[in-house]
Every structure is written in structure tokens, then in C-alpha cells.
Ligand binder design. Structure first.
Ligand SMILES: [Zn+2]
Ligand SMILES: [Zn+2]
Length: 176
């Protein structure tokens, strides 16, 4: 690759990293489950303390997270976040302790699937009616075909970006 093309591709990667980082940082600060369902903006030290996840079922969440079979090498096995050079996720081989974003993407996908009205919004956005859990899990680990999102690594991460980019709709909860 010429130096010029290298610089261009690095720039594109930086822009893509920014697109991931903006929602990831936001959902590090606000619980994505509480935020999407507009329940509260409380912070929980652990996602186990989240009232929304408790209501939907902790075991169901754990099972759901385990059902996501990522294509090896495309993203971190624990959090679903890609490395993108090492712009997003430096250590891919460690345990969950190396993840800065371990309960963000899966939480968003779980809540979006389980809780109305987020589910309707998700299905409208994706253009799919998810008829069962398996269909949803396998859709999540595929590459997006949605216009404007094809550079994103998986549909799972597309949902993170989507939730982040639509957070203006939830602005009232931030002000209360
Ligand atoms: Zn919560
Ligand atoms: Zn990770």
C-alpha cells in the first residue's frame, strides 16, 4: 500500500473507531438497560444490580450472552467489541477483566429483543421480525447489510451504534 493510501485507510479506521467509541463511552456512564427502557439513569456497579435485567431475568441474560457465537478473530469473545487495529480493544486473549465494555453490547441486544417498545423500534430498524431466539442470535453475529452500517463488524455492534445515535430520543430521562 502506498503511503497515501495507508494514511487514508488509517483515517477511515479512526473515523470508524470514533463511531464505536461514542456510544460505548456513553453506555459506560449510563446503564444501557435502564436507559433504553427509560427506567432510570442510576449507575450500578455491576449489571447484576440492574432492575431491568433482574425483571427480564438474570439467567435469561446469561443464556442469551452465551448464545452469541462470534466469528473467531473478528471481535472480543466477551464483549463483542472489535479491536480495529488496537483502537478499541487492545487485549483480545484475556478474560472478562480485560474488557472495558463487557456488559454493553449484549445488554443492549437483550433488552432490545425483550422489552417493548424497544423491540418494535429494533425490528423496524432492522427490517426483520425476529420469530425466535436462534434467529435473533445468529442475526446478531452476522455482518450488517443495513445502509450506513456496512463497515460495522456485526449486527450486534450495529445495535450499539444505533442505540447511541438515537439517544436524543431519550433526552428527557437525562434531564430528570
Ligand atoms: Zn440498569
Ligand atoms: Zn472485550
Amino acid at each position: 500500500m502506498s503511503r497515501d493510501r495507508k494514511a487514508k485507510s488509517a483515517k477511515r479506521m479512526d473515523a470508524l473507531a470514533e463511531r464505536y467509541l461514542s456510544p460505548l463511552k456513553f453506555f459506560q456512564a449510563f446503564c444501557p438497560a435502564c436507559f433504553l427502557t427509560q427506567k432510570s439513569t442510576d449507575r450500578h456497579r455491576n449489571i447484576r444490580d440492574c432492575p431491568v435485567i433482574k425483571e427480564l431475568g438474570w439467567d435469561a441474560y446469561v443464556d442469551f450472552k452465551a448464545s452469541l457465537r462470534y466469528t473467531p478473530g473478528t471481535c472480543c469473545y466477551y464483549c463483542g467489541v472489535p479491536a480495529l487495529g488496537d483502537r478499541l480493544h487492545a487485549v483480545m486473549t484475556g478474560g472478562p477483566g480485560n474488557c472495558d465494555y463487557s456488559d454493553i453490547a449484549a445488554v443492549i441486544a437483550f433488552v432490545a429483543y425483550k422489552a417493548e417498545p424497544v423491540r418494535s423500534a429494533l425490528q423496524a430498524f432492522a427490517g426483520i421480525n425476529f420469530s425466535n431466539d436462534n434467529m435473533y442470535s445468529s442475526w446478531l453475529v452476522r455482518k450488517p447489510v443495513t445502509t450506513g452500517y456496512i463497515d460495522i463488524v456485526t449486527n450486534l455492534m450495529m445495535l450499539v451504534v444505533w442505540a447511541g445515535e438515537n439517544r436524543g430520543e431519550h433526552a428527557p430521562i437525562l434531564e430528570s
